[in-house]
Ligand binder design. Structure first.
Ligand code: HEC
Length: 157
């Protein structure tokens, strides 16, 4: 592998680790919360490095950005709803009880996120960097819209 691209991969990997303070809590006895935390951990580990590129912490690379955007859109489609069924508000979790009290609103916020992520994948392939960054921010807004209401900063239980 050429020295530069190896350097790039290492920098990306480190940036990804630093950008994500959370660690999915995976336990056999708590499969539903483990599923949803794994889902969001992959979402975060994909979105984080894209953010580092947008901020200029790592060098912009159209192809890499588009590949990550594609991953984000694909992963967003995994049926994380399974991890939010009635009665799954248990275990070591940052998911607020409000989710189970407002399932329709939560589903709407998840749907918005998926459609922004799909649009990001299209924008990232367009070759228009400004449009890709604009759509990256909109996608980030969809994460925030859900987290503001439904995700606690610390574990609840
Ligand atoms: C529809 C709501 C919703 C959307 C949209 C959403 N999240 Fe989350 N996110 C959650 C909830 C709820 C949790 C807490 C899950 C738990 O602890 O059981 C979470 C947890 C996380 C975690 C911690 C995962 C772990 O290791 O436990 C990360 C990182 C994260 N989200 C990043 C993101 C990013 C980045 C986006 C957008 C690209 C996003 N989320 C979009 C609701 C959402």
């Amino acid at each position: 592998m050429p020295r530069l691209s190896r350097q790039f991969l290492i920098t990306s990997a480190i940036a990804a680790i630093i950008a994500i303070p959370a660690m999915a809590h995976i336990e056999r006895s708590e499969p539903l919360q483990s599923l949803r935390q794994s889902y969001f951990a992959i979402i975060g580990m994909t979105f984080g490095p894209m953010g580092d590129m947008v901020k200029g912490k790592i060098e912009w690379n159209d192809e890499q950005f588009a590949a990550w955007a594609d991953d984000l859109a694909s992963v967003s489609e995994v049926t994380v709803e399974r991890g939010f069924v009635p009665g799954s508000d248990k275990g070591k979790t940052r998911a607020k009880p409000a989710i189970w009290e407002n399932p329709e609103d939560f589903a709407q916020k998840l749907a918005n996120f998926r459609s922004e992520a799909a649009a990001l994948s299209v924008a990232a392939k367009s070759g228009d960097k400004a449009a890709a960054i604009e759509q990256f921010k909109k996608t980030g807004g969809a994460c925030k819209a859900c987290h503001d209401n439904y995700k606690s900063r610390d574990y609840l239980y």
